[in-house]
Design a protein around this ligand. Structure first.
Ligand SMILES: C[S@@+](CC[C@H](N)C(=O)[O-])C[C@H]1O[C@@H](n2cnc3c(N)ncnc32)[C@H](O)[C@@H]1O
Length: 295
């Protein structure tokens, strides 16, 4: 299963990314503001684990530059350090990302770009965040880290309420759709299915598609199965980490099914409330952009 960005991904921003970035742009400063007092040196640690290029070819900021701008603003206005870590596996994307990061480093932002897989950086970031609030943003094109790995960080290494730990991650509905096809086909690739077993923390998800295969309305049943798998994934993450988990659908248009869900996890009721408010504002911007593009 592809894990890189191809074609015109970085030419300019697609509608799902409009929503994702509006959410990040609004929520990250709030997380910094809400949690910086939990740190002895007003430092908050941020990881963008699948960072991409940092900026679109048309000059618009992508996730990395959004965080760097928040860090720069927080530093100048509130004396707060948002220490940013970025990992990117593809050399070409990394080279572009590094240029963006270097620009902000030169302006005094504490940021680190790592060429390689997020799995290789995660433990070092968690170590760096001992005694500090930590925000993890995991936004792959395909499959995210195994749930056991997330549970190890969230429940074993960061079980406490303070300093805060939060997660925002992309759960690809397109990937689940394709994988559901593998379950239903006799020629389904077992290695691909096992990789998704790891993401889900077990093979439980396969049963949803086996049921769909037995249904008369296969297409409709498969759509229901995708939604059910995403909901069960969130429930399991909540149960295994003891966190409050919410997920929101992200799509190209109101008439199309979600390409992914953004899964948010926190231990703070207030964080959940602020997140909900931010989702509503981001959705508003998404509608405005949709209308503008349709015109
Ligand atoms: C959806 S794009 C990231 C978009 C970016 N977060 C944004 O919103 O602007 C996913 C990126 O993750 C990279 N990638 C894929 N697998 C990775 C891994 N295991 N570790 C780090 N980066 C990875 C891809 O090369 C791609 O650039």
């Amino acid at each position: 299963m592809s894990s890189g960005t191809g074609g015109s991904y970085w030419a300019d921003k697609a509608l799902p990314s409009v929503f994702k970035h509006e959410l990040l742009k609004r929520y990250l400063p709030q997380f910094g503001g809400m949690t910086s007092r939990q740190s002895h040196d007003k430092r908050v640690i941020y990881l963008d684990g699948y960072a991409g290029e940092g900026r679109y070819e048309n000059g618009e900021p992508a996730s990395a530059e959004i965080a760097l701008r928040v860090a720069s603003h927080h530093h100048a206005r509130h004396g707060l350090t948002l220490e940013c870590f970025f990992s990117e596996a593809q050399q070409k994307s990394f080279d572009r990302l590094q240029k963006v990061v270097q620009h902000y480093q030169a302006c005094g932002v504490l940021a680190h770009a790592h060429r390689g897989e997020v799995d290789g950086l995660l433990d070092a970031v968690v170590q760096r965040a001992v005694g500090e609030p930590l925000f993890l943003f995991l936004d792959p094109c395909g499959l995210v880290l195994p749930q056991d790995r997330l549970v190890d960080v969230l429940a074993r290494k960061r079980p406490q309420k303070r300093p805060a730990t939060e997660l925002l991650m992309n759960f690809s509905m397109m990937a689940v759709w394709r994988l559901g096809g593998h379950v239903r086909s006799e020629k389904g690739n077992e290695r691909t299915l096992q990789r998704f077993d790891e993401v889900c923390g077990g093979a439980w998800w396969r049963e949803y598609f086996a049921d769909a295969a037995a249904s008369r309305d296969k297409e409709g049943a498969a759509e229901d199965a995708i939604e059910a798998v995403a909901a069960e994934y969130a429930r399991r993450l909540a149960r295994r980490t003891g966190m409050l988990v919410q997920s929101v659908p992200v799509s190209h248009s109101p008439r199309k099914r979600a390409v992914y869900r953004l899964v948010f996890a926190t231990r703070s009721q207030y964080g959940l409330w602020v997140f909900g408010d931010t989702v509503a504002r981001a959705r508003d911007e998404w509608w405005k952009t949709l209308e503008m593009r349709e015109e």
